[in-house]
Design a protein around this ligand. Sequence first.
Ligand code: TYD
Ligand code: MG
Length: 458
Amino acid sequence: MAGKSKIVYQCSQCGCESPKWMGKCPDCGEWNTMVEVLKEPVSLSGRAASSLSAKNISRPLGIQEITTEDEHRYHTGFSELDRVLGGGIVKGSLVLISGDPGIGKSTILLQICEHLGQNLNILYVSGEESARQIKLRAQRLGVDTPNLKILTETDVQYVVEQIRSEKPDLVMIDSIQTMNHTDLNSSPGSVTQVRECTNAMVRCAKSLDIPIIVVGHVNKDGAIAGPKVLEHIVDAVLYFEGDRQMTYRILRAVKNRYGSTNEIGVFDMGDHGLRQVENPSQAMLSGRPKNVSGSCVTAVMEGTRPLLAEIQGLATSSGFGTPRRMATGFDYNRMSLILAVLEKRAGYYFSNLDAFLNVVGGLRLDEPAVDLAVAIALISSLKDVPVREDTVVFGEIGLAGELRHISHADLRINEAARLGFTRCILPYHGFKNLEEKKFETMELIGARDIRSAFEAAT
Ligand code: TYD
Ligand code: MG
């Protein structure tokens, strides 16, 4: 079949291909997403890659021959962003920043230009906003470096030509979904277009040894549009999370070839753009109600960093036969499981009550160590007894109602002590070895079951 192009149907959400049109994608289950695409016999990436490899012929190298000395990292001026990137932007890397519309992707890119522009020439390619709009935003953010150049263009081949001629030290593409490869006949934003445009950017980054930061939109399920295809190609994927109504924004690395994932950076959106939050635990706890039932503070690990979070529970009598359950910032199924354990193993009955759970500050917690705080917040609301203000709680709950040991207990305790907490309730297992470590200002209480943990917390 070589040399002949054929028509296939491709899902615009996940990239699944089929020889026939279908109403529902067999892979991701989305309706009405299959679109007709003309499949080229030789992929564009293959053609360009072969011409590239003809220039620098590679040979196998011994691992000791390879030097890492010239790995240089550019600091962005935001230590929170640097940490998520693993210590700064690496030369020749392709970083994808993704998140809901309006979360602050364009804002953070423009803001880091001010610091990076002191030493580097930056090219900011925008397919979304006009140069005037960018200038107005830059003025508001106080970005005024002469080393920043703006290009409003959507043709990816032209952008690559410009990069090759301008030779900037750093390129930003906002966003990859607006970029268009004129050799392909599918519309911008489709899986094929996004993939080819990203490939073009990767080749550009690697061959010129400059870093490129790319903005990617997410679709309605929260995945990057034209999704997994992109994550494989790029070196690092950063997600912006958080409620658009709330001011806190959390930047999370989900893939990083140059550092650890699970690191987070916390930002606050204000009138002059994003500001990094150096003491996130304090920020998350600000405005905590005093002497109100249903609120409990816990300590979670975000990568290598402990973070305090407030969990709020509310149990009220239900107006309907089937009680409502709702969880924000916490897994719904995990909450149902905890409620079931509370009923069956600890004798707290929620079966005719609506139960709501909220993690304050727009955080999303998915660590099992949060279980005990969730349980205590809900019981506190059920009994209408407030949790003591000076108490922090953590521990995993097992199906038998037992409290299980969790990792990094000492880091969590130190963070809580730093913010003035004086009592800590944790699982009895593993509590013995901690006692020897002596936390001066912190009273440790080892709890064997949920009931005794709740009694100690109130
Ligand atoms: P933007 O960075 O354009 O989002 P994205 O590129 O991720 O779609 O959106 C920023 C949002 O934040 C926008 O809704 C307005 C708001 N904002 C501020 O509150 N303060 C500011 O200084 C700026 C620049 C934006
Ligand atoms: Mg934008």
